[in-house]
Write a protein that binds this ligand. Sequence first.
Ligand SMILES: Nc1ncnc2c1ncn2[C@@H]1O[C@H](COP(=O)(O)OP(=O)(O)OP(=O)(O)O)[C@@H](O)[C@H]1O
Length: 254
Amino acid sequence: MTLLLSVRGMTRSFYGVQVLTGVDLDIVEGSITGLIGPNGAGKSTLFNVLSGLYPPDGGRVLLAGRDVTGARPAQLVKAGMVRSFQLARGFPKLSVFQHLILYGQAQPGEGLWAAITGSKVARQREEELSEEALAVARRLRLDHVIDNPITALSGGQKKLVEIGRALMAHPKLILLDEPMAGVNPTLTEEIAAHLLALNADGITICLIEHDMALIRRLCNPVIVMAEGRKLVEGGFDEVAENRDVQEAYLGRRH
Ligand SMILES: Nc1ncnc2c1ncn2[C@@H]1O[C@H](COP(=O)(O)OP(=O)(O)OP(=O)(O)O)[C@@H](O)[C@H]1O
C-alpha cells in the first residue's frame, strides 16, 4: 500500500472563520477515495487548497513523498495532481477539441515563445497535443462532438470534457468535485464507468459526491469530513453506521 497523497494538519480560514480546522488524511495510490460530509464541511475548500487555488494557513502536503505544501496550480499539475474545473464560461464558442488543447498547452514546460515563433518543435508539440486530444475525446466517447462548441453540449457531456481536460495533464491523481451533479442517470452511469476504467488504468481518484449510492459503488475507502476536518474513514457501510457520521449529517454538534 503506497500513499500517493498525505495531508497533515491543514488549516485555512476565510475572513476569520476557520473552514479547514486541521485536516489529516491519506490517499492510497490506486484507490478511488470518496470524500463525503454534510454541506459546508469543507470538502471543496480542501480541494481548492490542495490544487493550489488558495494557499493553506498551516499544515503539510506530500504528493508521492514530495513536499508540495503551498505549491502553485501549475507546479501541482506537473507533479501529477489535477483538479477538474468547471468549464470556463468566458469561452462559450470554443469547441471540445479547443478546450482539450487549451488545457494541454497550459501544461508546465510549454514554451509560449516557441509557440509564437512557430518553430518546428512547437509544430511537433501541436501535433502531439492534437493526437492526445483526439485520444482523450475517443476514450470519453466525445469524438462525435469534438468540433461542437461547448455550449451545444449536454450537462453530462460538459462534465466529460472537464474530466478530459484533467486527463490532458497525464495525472497520477485526479480530484473530482461532484462530476455527476445535475447529470441524467444514463450519463451518470457512463461517467461512473469512465472513472472505473481510468482507475483500472492506474489513475488514483478522489471524488466528492453527494449521491451515496454512487459513493458506495465506486469508492473505497470513504473519508467523512465534518466541521473542517476528517471525522472518520473506512468502507462505506462502516462509515454509514458510525454514530458520529450520522450525527454530523443530522447537524448535531459532537
Ligand atoms: N473563498 C471563500 N471565501 C469565504 N468563505 C469560503 C470560501 N470558500 C469556502 N468558504 C466557506 O467555507 C465553508 C465550507 O465550504 P465548502 O464549499 O468547502 O464546503 P463543502 O463541504 O464542499 O460543502 P458542499 O457539500 O455544500 O459543497 C462554507 O461556509 C463556505 O462559505
